[in-house]
Ligand binder design. Structure first.
Ligand code: GLC
Length: 745
C-alpha cells in the first residue's frame, strides 16, 4: 500500500510542479501522449485544426505556430531521402546539402530474405531522414508483384505476402526507432501503374485478405507504422484515399490503426468522402504525383475551405475533424515533439556499408553452368587476372536518377563498369547498344553523358570484335528507369528485353560462348537465349554501391545468396494476370474508370504456376551459390497440433561445398484437404543461414494457427480447418527437399 501511495504522491507532485511551472500539459513530457493530445486539441481553434489536416506546400503540412507545434515535413522515398524541392514545385531546389545515400531498391532488400538487414536498412534511412529534418518518410512500398509489367515493382517486396510482411516489419521498426514515421504505401491494390488514377479493382475478399493486405496488416499490427498512404486507384468504386471499407472498417476498426492516413499526391477527390471515410492528411491535390498541378491551391484543398464551409454552415460538426487532428497530433508527439529522438547522420560510412551489404545479399545467381569452352568449369566467379570485356549501356548508366518519386540525388553511385574496373586488372568496354540516354529527373542530372551517335550495327560490331579475344564477356543490360520501363506512372508495354539486346547477346555468343549476363531491372524479363548463356546474374537497382556489389559477387569476394522474391516467367502468358486477360482492365462506358477484375484471384505468382502446372524460367525463392547446401533432416516437434498450439520444424542445413556461404531454407504449407480451393503450397516460414564449408546448423521454423488458415469469405473469418497438412521444406518453390506430414486436430 505504501508504494502505491508513494506513487500517487509523486505523480501529483510532478503534475502540480508542471502546472506550477505554468508548463501546459501538452508540453509536459512526463504526461502520457494521449493526455497531451487532449490538452493540445482543446487549445486549437477551428482554423488551426483545419490547417494541420492538409498540405501547405509540396511536401509539408502546417503545425500550430501559436502552440509551438512544428510543421510536419514528409519526403520520399523508400530508397533514400529525396532532394528538397521548391515550396510548391517538383523540381529540386538546387541545394548543395541534400545529397544522400541511395540504398538498393526494396525488391533487392526482399531478395536478401534477411529481416535483420531490413531493420538496419530502416535505421539507416531513419538517420538520413532525421539529419535532413524529415519527420515522415513516404516509404516503404509493399504492393504485391502481380504482373512483371508493373512500372513500380522495383519499389516493392515481391509476389508473396509472407515474405513481404517479414521484411516490411523490421524496416518500419528500424525507421521509427529514429523518431521518423514510416508511411506504408500504396494502400491498397495498386498493382500496376497504367491508368493508376482510374483503375477500379474488383477482387474477391479472399484474394484481398490472403494476398494484397497481409503486408499492410503486418506493418500496422506488428510494425506499428505511424502512417499509411492511400493509393490512387479505386476499390469497390471508391477512391482508396477515402475508402470506407479499406480505411474505416479494415485499417482503423479491425486492425486498430492509430496513425494517420495520408493521401497519395493527388489522390483526394471529394470533401465529404475525405471527411467521412478515414482520410487524415490531404497532400498533392490536383497533381498527378509526378509533374503537373495547380500551384498554391492549398486553401482550396478538399479538407481546407470547402470543409470549413460545411462546418460553418452546420452541415458537419467538428467530430470527424477532431478525430483527424488527434491522429495528426499523435504523429507530432511521436516525431517533431519527441525529445527522446536519437541523432541522425547523412552519407556516413555505416550507411554505405548497409547499402553495400543489402546489394551484396540481394544479387541473385540465377544460372552458372559448367562450360566446355571454359575447361568444363562455370564462368563465375571470375579469376582476378581474367581479360574481361564489359558490354552494355547499363554498365555506365546511373539508375538512382529517374523512375518517378523514388528518384534521388545520390552523393555517389558506383557504376557497374567502375566497380569492375576497380576489382579486375584487365577490363575493356564496349557500349553494345544505346537505350535511354536521358540522365536527369526533377533537375537532378548525372555527370556522364550517354550520347552515342553510332548505329546499332556499328555498336554491335565493336562489341563482337572485342569479344573475340576476351576470356569472359560480361554483358550488363536489362531495363532502366525511363518511362515505360521500370518507372512510376506507366507499365512496360511488353515482356521483351528492349534495345536489341537479344541480337547483341546472340552476336557475341557466336564468337565467344563465355558470356555472363548481368541483368539490371526491377522485374523479370523474357530471356530467349536463356539456354545459350551459361551464367546469368540478377542485379536489381542496387543504389550507391551498385558497382562495388556487382564486382564483389562476380569476383567471388562475396558468395551470392539472393533468392528471387518473384517468379521469373518464361512467357508473359504464364502469369495469371495475363493468362486470365484481366490486365489492364476494361474501360467503363463513357467514364474515366477502367475496371480491372483480378480473375487470378488468390493464385498469384508461384501459386498460379503450381495450379496450372507451369514451370517458370526461374522459380520464386530460386538463387544459386558458389557453394552447395543440403537439408540433412527435418523433424517436427509433434505430429498433431491443436489450433492453440504451434508446431516447430527443426531443419538441419549443411554447407556441402568448398566455400562459406548463405542460403535460405523455405517452408511452404500444403493443406491436403480444404472446403475452399487453396494454392498447392504457400510460403509460411523461412530462415537465412550462414555456413562455413562443411558446417551444419539446425534452424527452427515454427507454424501457428494463422499459418494454416485461409480467409473464409463465407464467414469473413480466418479459418484453419482440421485435417492433414504437409510442410514442404526446401531452397526454392521448385526445389522442395523434405516433406513432413502433420495434422491439425
Ligand atoms: C507519387 C507516388 C507516391 C509518392 C508521392 C509523393 O505520386 O505515388 O509514392 O510518395 O507521389 O511524391
Amino acid at each position: 500500500m505504501k508504494i502505491y501511495s508513494l506513487f500517487i504522491i509523486m505523480t501529483l507532485t510532478l503534475g502540480l510542479r508542471a502546472q506550477a511551472q505554468g508548463k501546459p500539459v501538452y508540453l509536459d513530457e512526463s504526461r502520457p501522449i494521449e493526455e497531451r493530445i487532449d490538452d493540445a486539441l482543446r487549445r486549437m481553434t477551428l482554423d488551426e485544426k483545419l490547417a494541420v489536416v492538409h498540405a501547405q506546400s509540396k511536401f509539408s503540412s502546417a503545425g500550430v505556430k501559436r502552440l509551438g507545434l512544428p510543421d510536419v515535413w514528409t519526403d520520399d522515398g523508400p530508397h533514400g531521402v529525396r532532394p528538397d524541392v521548391l515550396w510548391d514545385e517538383w523540381e529540386q531546389a538546387g541545394q548543395t546539402n541534400d545529397s544522400c545515400v541511395a540504398f538498393p531498391a526494396l525488391t533487392c532488400l526482399a531478395t536478401s530474405w534477411n529481416p535483420q538487414l531490413a531493420r538496419a536498412y530502416g535505421e539507416s534511412l531513419g538517420e538520413e531522414a532525421l539529419y535532413r529534418n524529415k519527420n515522415v518518410m513516404l516509404a516503404p512500398g509493399v504492393n504485391i508483384n502481380r504482373t512483371p509489367l508493373n512500372g513500380r515493382n522495383f519499389e516493392y517486396m515481391g509476389e508473396d505476402p509472407w515474405l513481404a510482411s517479414r521484411i516490411v516489419v523490421p524496416y518500419v521498426q528500424g525507421l521509427q526507432s529514429k523518431g521518423v514515421a514510416a508511411c506504408v504505401k500504396h494502400y491498397a491494390l495498386n498493382n500496376d501503374e497504367e491508368y493508376r488514377h482510374q483503375v477500379n479493382v474488383i477482387v474477391s475478399d479472399r484474394a484481398l485478405r490472403e494476398i494484397y493486405l497481409p503486408a499492410f496488416e503486418a506493418a500496422v499490427r506488428e510494425g506499428g507504422t505511424w502512417a499509411i498512404m492511400g493509393a490512387y486507384n479505386l476499390y469497390n468504386d471508391q477512391h482508396n484515399c477515402h475508402n470506407e471499407i479499406l480505411l474505416n472498417r479494415i485499417l482503423k476498426q479491425e486492425w486498430g490503426f492509430d496513425g494517420v492516413v495520408v493521401s497519395d499526391w493527388g489522390g483526394t477527390h471529394n470533401t465529404m468522402e475525405a471527411v467521412l471515410n478515414g482520410l487524415d492528411m490531404e497532400f498533392g491535390s490536383w497533381t498527378n504525383g509526378l509533374t503537373w498541378g495547380a500551384s498554391n491551391a492549398y486553401d482550396s484543398y478538399y479538407l481546407a475551405l470547402p470543409y470549413r464551409q460545411l462546418i460553418t454552415e452546420g452541415k458537419l460538426t467538428t467530430k470527424e475533424l477532431d478525430e483527424k487532428v488527434r491522429r495528426v497530433l499523435r504523429l507530432m508527439f511521436r516525431t517533431t515533439m519527441n525529445r527522446q529522438r536519437p541523432y541522425g547522420a547523412l552519407c556516413s560510412e555505416a550507411h554505405y556499408e548497409v547499402a553495400r551489404k543489402v546489394a551484396q545479399e540481394g544479387i541473385v545467381l540465377l544460372k552458372n553452368d559448367k562450360l566446355k569452352a571454359n575447361g568444363n568449369l562455370p564462368l563465375l566467379p571470375i579469376a582476378s587476372d581474367s581479360r574481361i570485356l564489359v558490354v552494355g549501356e547499363n554498365a555506365i548508366k546511373m539508375m538512382t536518377v529517374g523512375g518517378g518519386s523514388s528518384s534521388l540525388k545520390a552523393q555517389h553511385e558506383v557504376l557497374p563498369l567502375d566497380g569492375l574496373c576497380g576489382r579486375f586488372a584487365h577490363v575493356d568496354y564496349a557500349r553494345g547498344y544505346v537505350g535511354d540516354t536521358v540522365q536527369s529527373y526533377n533537375g537532378v542530372t548525372v555527370g556522364r553523358s550517354l550520347y552515342d551517335l553510332r548505329t546499332p550495327e556499328a555498336l554491335r560490331a565493336e562489341a563482337v570484335e572485342k569479344a573475340r579475344q576476351a576470356d569472359v564477356v560480361v554483358v550488363v543490360g536489362g531495363l532502366n528507369k525511363a518511362d515505360y520501363q521500370d518507372c512510376e506512372g506507366h507499365d512496360r508495354r511488353d515482356y521483351a528485353m528492349p534495345y536489341g539486346q537479344n541480337e547483341l547477346v546472340r552476336a557475341i555468343l557466336a564468337v565467344n560462348p563465355r558470356v555472363v549476363f548481368v541483368n539490371i531491372s526491377g522485374n523479370a524479363i523474357q530471356l530467349p537465349w536463356v539456354n545459350e548463356v551459361p551464367a546469368i546474374v540478377q542485379a536489381w537497382f542496387l543504389g550507391s554501391e551498385s558497382g562495388h556489389a556487382i564486382a564483389d559477387v562476380l569476383s567471388g569476394d562475396v558468395n551470392p545468396s539472393g533468392k528471387l522474391p518473384c517468379s521469373w516467367y518464361a512467357r508473359l502468358e504464364d502469369c495469371g494476370a495475363h493468362a486470365t486477360g484481366s490486365y489492364p482492365g476494361t474501360w467503363r462506358e463513357g467514364k474515366q474508370i477502367i475496371d480491372e477484375e483480378y480473375k487470378d484471384d488468390i493464385f498469384v505468382g508461384y501459386r498460379w504456376l503450381d495450379r496450372q502446372r507451369l514451370k517458370p524460367l526461374f522459380a520464386f525463392g530460386h538463387g544459386l551459390s558458389y557453394t552447395s547446401f543440403a537439408v540433412t533432416q527435418a523433424v517436427a516437434d509433434k505430429s498433431e497440433m491443436t489450433s492453440a498450439e504451434t508446431i516447430a520444424f527443426t531443419v538441419s542445413v549443411k554447407n556441402t561445398g568448398e566455400k562459406a556461404g548463405a542460403t535460405t531454407v523455405q517452408l511452404y504449407v500444403s493443406d491436403r484437404k480444404s472446403s475452399l480451393p487453396r494454392p498447392v503450397k504457400e510460403l509460411k516460414a523461412f530462415r537465412k543461414v550462414f555456413l562455413q564449408p562443411g558446417e551444419q546448423k539446425d534452424v527452427v521454423l515454427t507454424l501457428d494457427q494463422r499459418s494454416l488458415s485461409f480467409y473464409d469469405d463465407r464467414t469473413q473469418q480466418w479459418t484453419a480447418e482440421a485435417g492433414d497438412f504437409e510442410a514442404l521444406i526446401g531452397f526454392a518453390a521448385d526445389d522442395i527437399v523434405k516433406k513432413v506430414k502433420f495434422r491439425l486436430k
